[in-house]
Every structure is written in structure tokens, then in C-alpha cells.
Design a binder for this molecule. Structure first.
Ligand SMILES: Cc1cc2nc3c(=O)[nH]c(=O)nc-3n(C[C@H](O)[C@H](O)[C@H](O)COP(=O)(O)OP(=O)(O)OC[C@H]3O[C@@H](n4cnc5c(N)ncnc54)[C@H](O)[C@@H]3O)c2cc1C
Length: 288
């Protein structure tokens, strides 16, 4: 392995995409570096040539597009937390951001990095799944849109090509009358990797669930939407019996493993408890 390390730090997106087109697999993209530096430090990565995208301001910013927010890939958790737009329209993304690392990581870690790092425990990912986010992906060949829920093809695998960058995430806003929910369960309140992490949104009218979407992390090789549980709940009346059925359904639907952070049994039990908590909140709100 050569001893020298090269870092390219372009200031424009087109410069970065040209470098990626030229060097392709030889280049490791680095955004905030909070995942990459850990791997480098542990000597897990052998990369010697980096594309540092931190200075590309085109990849920053949160814009209101009417029915959705467009969030640049380099947007940090601190920026998400302090954005009135994100707080108002995608509250579970703000709640998730508050649980990520501590202040230092929130200042440096980016939404794009969390997405491409592709950990099933990435805490922003359940919100993106529940909100049916769309990714804007760019290369020197052009730009394409990919549904977030189709971005992962397996454990730590994505549809991203070596010459592509995630440019931005487009997230539909919480609709009128919808409720939003986020819950992360870890060993501690901060600096903890999730044992299970859930984001959901739902609309209830006159005691009936009109729509519900549930994203869960740390319970399968990738973040998932629990579609069978959603199907069970849509159109159902929010009764104690339905809450129990949903609890059982999600426990069977997820595919957790036992690892050093938790057991399969714990993850199934706690994920179903977390969903039951959301459903009871909806029940209480709709009876007011
Ligand atoms: C102490 C500590 C605590 C942490 N706590 C949490 C936590 O609680 N929850 C959590 O989810 N994560 C946590 N993390 C992980 C990390 O902070 C997040 O995943 C963060 O969002 C990564 O963003 P980054 O910009 O630093 O990514 P980087 O490390 O720069 O990159 C991560 C990966 O994404 C690729 N990449 C980055 N941006 C792009 C892009 N725009 N296009 C294409 N590829 C790209 C890189 O090549 C790399 O493979 C923690 C990390 C540390 C060190």
C-alpha cells in the first residue's frame, strides 16, 4: 500500500463530478468525515485518495418547494435541528437529529453521509423511509431521482454508482391533520447506537386510521418500511384489540438479529412496544 494520501477539495459540484468521472472507484468521498475517519483510524479503510466535498456550498441548504422540502446532502444535524422549516414539516427528522452523537457530531455529521453510509442503524433513515423521501443523485452523466425506499439493495449496499454523489433529499411535508412520531431506543440517552429506531406518520379521522407509514431501523439488514403492519392498520378502528394485533404483526414482520448491542427477542419486543405507544397516542388524540 502506498504511504501517501491525496485529498481533492473542489469548491464546485461540476469539478467534483468531473473528478469522480475520471477517478471513479479510486476516490473515497468524504463529507463530514464522522464515519470515514473512524474507519480510517481503525485501519479498516485502505483508501489513499479522497474527494472532500465539504466546501461545495451547492450541496447545502434547505428549501421550501411547496409540498416538499429539499435538503442538500451536506446539511448537518445542527442545521436540521435549528431549521424552522424542518421543525414544522418533518418533526421526526429533527427528533432523530437530536439523538445523533453529541454536539460535535451534530455539527459535522451530514444527512447525505448518514444515507450513503448505509448502516441499518442510521438514525435519520426511518424518517426518510416513513416520509417516502426521494434522493437526487448526480454524476457527470446527469441527474437522476431515486425513491429512498429503493436506495438500499442489501446490508450496506446501495444503488449509487462509483461516479455518483447524493446531491439532495426531497421530503414530502407532513400533511394537514397528520401526526408524526419518532422514538430511538439505545443503551444511553446520547452517544448510543440504536437497538431499534422508529419514525412514523399517520392520519386518523373519527377513530379510523386513514393512512399510516412506519419506518424502522436496526431490525433488518437495511432500514425498512413495515408494509404488512401498515396494511393491517389502514382502515382499522383504533381499539385496544387492533393495537395488540399491530404489536404482534410488527414483531413478526421485522428481521432483527442478536449482536453485541442487543438480542433478537429484545428488538422484536421493544419495536412492538414502541409502535403500540404511537398507536395509543393516536387513540388518545382522536378521542379528545
Ligand atoms: C462518536 C460518534 C457518534 C455517532 N452517533 C451516531 C448516532 O447516534 N446515530 C447515527 O445514525 N450515526 C451516528 N454516527 C455516525 C455518523 O456521525 C453519521 O452517520 C453521519 O451522518 C455521517 O455523516 P458524515 O458527513 O460525517 O459522513 P462521512 O463520514 O463523510 O461519509 C460517510 C459515507 O458516506 C459517503 N458519502 C458522504 N456523503 C456523500 C454524498 N453526498 N454522496 C455520496 N457519498 C457520500 C462517504 O464516502 C462514506 O462512505 C456517529 C459517529 C460518531 C463518530
Amino acid at each position: 500500500m502506498p504511504d501517501t494520501t491525496t485529498a481533492h477539495s473542489p469548491r464546485t459540484l461540476s469539478e467534483a463530478l468531473d473528478l469522480l468521472a475520471e477517478r471513479r472507484a479510486a476516490l473515497r468521498v468524504i463529507a463530514g468525515g464522522t464515519d470515514v475517519m473512524v474507519l480510517l483510524n481503525a485501519r479498516i479503510l485502505e483508501d489513499r485518495e479522497f474527494l472532500d466535498i465539504w466546501r461545495i456550498d451547492e450541496l447545502r441548504g434547505i428549501t421550501d418547494e411547496g409540498d416538499a422540502l429539499r435538503i442538500g446532502a451536506l446539511t448537518t444535524y445542527t442545521q436540521l435541528i435549528s431549521s424552522p422549516l424542518v421543525r414544522c414539516w418533518i418533526p421526526s427528522l429533527v427528533a432523530a437529529s437530536r439523538t445523533i452523537g453529541a454536539i460535535q457530531i451534530q455539527n459535522r455529521g451530514t444527512l447525505g453521509g448518514n444515507i450513503v453510509n448505509a448502516s441499518p442503524a442510521g438514525d435519520s433513515l426511518p424518517a426518510l423511509a416513513a416520509y417516502d423521501a426521494e434522493l437526487e443523485i448526480g454524476s457527470a452523466r446527469g441527474t437522476r431521482q431515486v425513491a429512498f425506499n429503493q436506495f438500499y439493495t442489501g446490508y450496506r449496499r446501495t444503488v449509487l454508482e462509483p461516479d455518483e454523489l447524493v446531491l439532495a433529499v426531497r421530503i414530502p411535508k407532513l400533511a394537514e391533520g397528520e401526526r408524526d412520531f419518532f422514538r430511538k431506543v439505545g443503551t444511553r440517552r446520547a452517544q448510543a447506537i440504536s437497538k431499534t429506531v422508529m419514525a412514523a406518520r399517520a392520519r386518523v379521522r373519527e377513530g379510523l386510521i386513514e393512512s399510516i407509514s412506519i419506518g424502522v431501523g436496526s431490525v433488518a439488514p437495511t432500514v425498512i418500511r413495515t408494509r404488512a403492519t401498515e396494511r393491517l392498520l389502514v382502515g382499522a378502528r383504533l381499539t385496544t384489540e387492533v393495537v395488540e394485533q399491530a404489536r404482534e404483526c410488527i414483531a413478526n414482520e421485522i428481521r432483527p438479529i442478536t449482536d453485541l448491542r442487543s438480542t433478537e427477542h429484545y428488538r422484536r419486543t421493544v419495536s412492538s412496544n414502541v409502535l403500540a405507544r404511537f398507536l395509543r397516542q393516536l387513540q388518545a388524540d382522536s378521542s379528545m
